[in-house]
Structures are given as structure tokens and as C-alpha cells.
Design a protein around this ligand. Structure first.
Ligand code: DAH
Length: 352
């Protein structure tokens, strides 16, 4: 039978549970501990449930009274848990934010990305300039017949001009092309008698040559224009526009008489020095001029070999070395750097 002493003991028990709960909850260091405390006090088998269950043997009136107090205690513990949870959650969020902070001012890990080879950059610029003037782009084989490479260009067997282009022969009649000029013949033959012909042909050429300014493989850009009444003035105008777009509006060109078997008359073309602008410096050896290409009016025999009637049409042609154009563009004095593929050179040339 329950008596008052029993009741008082239970009330003291309840107060003790409340007080311990309060202090444990206030001291809980993290939300995990807090969850353990929730189970300890409010869980199905928790202290407060057990306490309520133990009231069974009290008289109803007392049971009600102490039951109310126990429920108040339960609500209090819930409130305490919730407040503590808020505090801990905020604390944990702050800790995570400061632990995961990113210093955006730290240098990033460099990502090495590729870039176009300086020769290809120059080639694309040359192609852009000529296509902007209405030229189309033609191609021909690198392994070529002696006939297209020489004979059709008015350089018959035994002609001294062959000596200037030391060749890699594959058979007596087949060689690695020594220049892009054979594309003139191939292009004319595929187009004749259509007018106008206005094209550039770019690509690799091969000669038995190897020093600071010569590479056994290099690139040329060939130009060919054929129409009615094409003159040397047109040639100079086109090359002047090319020089201005390539080296700046202040650039000028001059033509010097020269000789090529496939043009008559022939001219070598100089551009005003890209380094000193024409005043004279080391690059232009004090002359103010740099030689950039060979050119001339297409020889009547060459027009004929291409299938055009030299009595009805005229044309001009020019040929330049891409490496030479690129060396002037980037201020280089050794052609071999283009082909050694030193990544430091490839990454920095033109960006200094
Ligand atoms: N083919 C010549 C060479 O490789 C360059 C050249 C000169 C091309 C005059 C031409 C030209 O079309 O008209 O040296």
C-alpha cells in the first residue's frame, strides 16, 4: 500500500531525474550525445516512461497528481533537448563552414593546355589574308613527278636552275617536290579554260639542305592569278596588301628584278624591315629591307603547259617560305627551333 513517504520518495526521484536531465542535456557536446539523451529520458524504455509505469500501484488520486508532474517533466525535457539541439546544430554548422573554407586567393594548379604550332598559326594567318582577297586554297602531292616539279615549269632536264633545288629523288622520274610551284600546273590543268584563276597552294617541300636558315623539310605558299589583262601592278598591289595585313599598315614592299625559269619578267620582293621599319638594323643588315618571296608574270610556256592560251590571258605567280615569314613575325634567327619540338619554345613563342 502506498503511503505519503512513498509518494515523497517518488517526487524526489522525479526531481532528481529532471535535474540530471537538465545538466546532462546542457553539457551534451554534440547532437549524437543529445540523441542518446533523448532516448535515455524519453524513449519507450526511457527513465520517464519507466517512472510513469511504476505509478501503477499508487492510489488513483496520487497517481493523477504525480502523473501530471511527470508529464510536465517530460515536456520540460523535450524543450531542453530542442533548445540544446538548436545550439549544437548552429555550432556544428559553424565548425563545418570554417573547416571547409576555401582560400580562393591561392594559386590554382596549372592546367597545361596545348596550342597551335607557331608555323600553323602563321599559315592560318597567311591563308586568312589571301582568302580575304578572294583567293581559294589548292593542294598538290608531296611526292611529285619530275615533269610537274620541273619540266612543265620550264626547267627541262639539265637546266642549271635545277642545281638551286637539291632534290630527294625516289626514282628517275619521281621526287619529293622541291617547291609548291608544281601545284600551279595541276591547278591550271584542272581549271582551264575557266577564268579567273586565283589561288594559293600551301604545304611541305623538301630539299637536301640543313643549316640555321635551311631545313630539309619546310613549307611554301604559292600564289597564282590568271585572267585577262593581269599586270605586274596587280602583283605588287596584292603583295603590298599581304605585307600590310601581315606586318602592319606601315609596311611597304619593293620589287627587284630577278630570274626564275617559270616567270618572265621575274622579281624578288622585299618588305620594309619588320624590326626597324626601314631605318636599318642588324636584322636587315642595315639595308632597311628583308627579302620575303620570289614572283613574276607567269611564263607563256607555263601558261601553255597548264592549258591556257598565252595570247589571250596573262597571270602572275609568287612563292614564299612559310618559315621565313614566321621567323620575321616572331623575331627568330634559327629555323630549326620549329622542328625540334621543345615544349618551352612552342609554348612561349609569340607570347613574349
Ligand atoms: N618556286 C620558287 C622557289 O621555290 C619560288 C617562286 C618564285 C615561286 C617565283 C613562284 C614564282 O611562283 O613566281 O624558289
Amino acid at each position: 500500500m502506498a503511503n505519503d513517504a512513498d509518494l515523497e520518495q517518488r517526487l524526489r526521484d522525479l526531481t532528481l531525474v529532471k535535474d540530471t536531465a537538465r545538466s546532462e542535456i546542457d553539457n551534451a557536446a554534440d547532437t549524437e550525445t543529445l540523441e542518446a539523451l533523448r532516448i535515455k529520458y524519453l524513449g519507450k524504455k526511457g527513465l520517464l516512461s519507466t517512472f510513469l509505469k511504476g505509478l501503477g500501484n499508487l492510489p488513483q488520486e496520487k497517481r493523477r497528481q504525480i502523473g501530471l508532474l511527470a508529464n510536465e517533466a517530460r515536456e520540460l525535457v523535450e524543450v531542453l533537448l530542442e533548445r540544446r539541439r538548436d545550439v549544437l546544430k548552429r555550432k556544428e554548422l559553424e565548425e563545418r563552414l570554417s573547416a571547409e573554407r576555401i582560400d580562393v586567393s591561392l594559386p590554382a594548379t596549372p592546367v597545361l593546355i596545348g596550342r597551335k604550332h607557331p608555323l600553323m598559326e602563321t599559315l592560318e594567318e597567311v591563308e586568312r589574308i589571301f582568302t580575304s582577297m578572294g583567293f581559294e586554297i589548292a593542294e598538290g602531292p608531296e611526292v611529285e613527278y619530275d615533269y610537274y616539279n620541273f619540266v612543265a615549269l620550264n626547267i627541262p632536264k639539265g637546266h642549271p636552275a635545277r642545281d638551286m633545288q637539291a632534290s630527294f629523288y625516289i626514282t628517275d622520274e619521281i621526287l619529293l617536290r622541291t617547291h609548291t610551284s608544281p601545284v600551279q600546273i595541276r591547278a591550271m590543268r584542272s581549271k582551264a579554260p575557266a577564268l579567273p584563276v586565283r589561288l594559293i597552294a600551301t604545304g611541305k617541300v623538301y630539299r637536301r639542305d640543313d643549316d640555321a636558315t635551311h631545313s630539309p623539310m619546310f613549307h611554301q605558299i604559292e600564289g597564282l592569278v590568271i585572267d585577262k589583262r593581269v599586270t605586274m601592278g596587280d602583283l605588287k598591289g596584292v603583295l603590298l596588301e599581304f605585307a600590310r595585313q601581315m606586318y602592319g599598315r606601315q609596311a611597304t614592299v619593293r620589287l627587284r628584278p630577278s630570274y626564275f625559269p617559270f616567270t618572265e619578267p621575274s622579281a624578288e620582293v622585299d618588305v620594309s624591315c619588320t624590326v626597324c621599319g626601314g631605318r636599318g638594323c642588324r636584322t636587315c643588315k642595315g639595308t632597311g629591307w628583308l627579302e620575303i618571296l620570289g614572283s613574276g608574270m607567269v611564263h607563256p610556256k607555263v601558261l601553255e603547259n597548264g592549258g591556257y592560251d598565252p595570247a589571250k590571258v596573262t597571270g602572275f605567280a609568287f612563292g614564299m617560305g612559310l618559315e621565313r615569314i614566321a621567323m620575321l613575325r616572331y623575331g627568330l634567327d634559327d629555323i630549326r627551333v620549329f622542328f625540334q619540338n621543345d615544349i618551352r619554345f612552342l609554348h612561349t613563342v609569340g607570347r613574349m
